[in-house]
Design a protein around this ligand. Structure first.
Ligand SMILES: O=C(O)c1ccccc1NCC(=O)[C@H](O)[C@H](O)COP(=O)(O)O
Length: 214
């Protein structure tokens, strides 16, 4: 079986970036969203990503960002993909990919099977779909809240693009998540934190070790 891809999201310190790389993460996520406790400015993102080996993906997470904001992030030349975590339409997602020339991931907020079926509208417009739990109406953040959706919703679904699973993953539940969904990539944020925005080197290490033992 090929090795599962792991994205550790919401990194903001050199120590935790280094830990994620050493632990074997395939992708690192940097959140650029001022309301988030994990927010990093473009210059900070550039500095963090500079130490990351080229084989590890560097994903900037943005929420309904305009072109000027995206240009600041892409202009760091430190990022290898953009993760759109807002209400970006398939057309807007495709336009971002065309304009900025980077792979685009689209987060799909999931509460029901209809949300998963609706993701097919993004086929051909984006490079990866990331199924994440829908956060409650009025929540401060559209992701990174440690919430999971019912993984059984993915049963029997032929996802029309490369994809990943996100939302409420932890060292304790990740093997069940993989076996239930067959996800080729898993994404975690708050499950490897001591507090919102405070990543734990030990928890990152333990999570990646748990995944390799699934
Ligand atoms: O993590 C954030 O603060 C965040 C803010 C705004 C948009 C997206 C955000 N996170 C996106 C991610 O990819 C998270 O890893 C994903 O939602 C899973 O989070 P968690 O349930 O805490 O593992």
């Amino acid at each position: 079986m090929s090795r599962l891809a792991i994205k550790i999201c919401g990194l903001s310190t050199p120590e935790t970036v280094g830990a994620a790389v050493r632990a074997g993460a395939s992708h690192l996520g940097f959140v650029h969203f001022p309301k988030s406790p994990r927010h990093v400015e473009a210059d900070h993102m550039r500095a963090l990503a500079a130490s990351v080996p080229a084989h590890v993906g560097r994903v900037a997470v943005v929420v309904d960002a305009d072109d000027a904001e995206l240009a600041r992030i892409v202009g760091t030349e430190a990022i290898s993909a953009l993760q759109l975590h807002g209400k970006e339409s398939p057309e807007r997602s495709a336009a971002i990919r065309a304009r900025f020339g980077l792979p685009v991931w689209k987060a799909i907020s999931v509460k029901s099977r209809a949300d998963i079926d609706g993701a097919s509208a993004y086929a051909g417009a984006v490079d990866r779909l990331l199924f994440d739990a829908k956060t409650p109406d009025g929540a401060a953040l559209p992701g990174g809240m440690g919430l999971r959706f019912d993984w059984r919703l993915l049963r029997g679904v032929a996802v029309p693009a490369p994809w990943g699973l996100s939302g409420g993953l932890s060292t304790a539940n990740v093997c069940e998540a993989i076996s239930e969904t067959g996800a080729p990539l898993i994404d975690i944020s708050s499950g490897v934190e001591d507090a919102p925005g405070i990543k734990s080197v030990d928890k990152i290490m333990a999570f990646c070790k748990a995944v390799s033992a699934c």
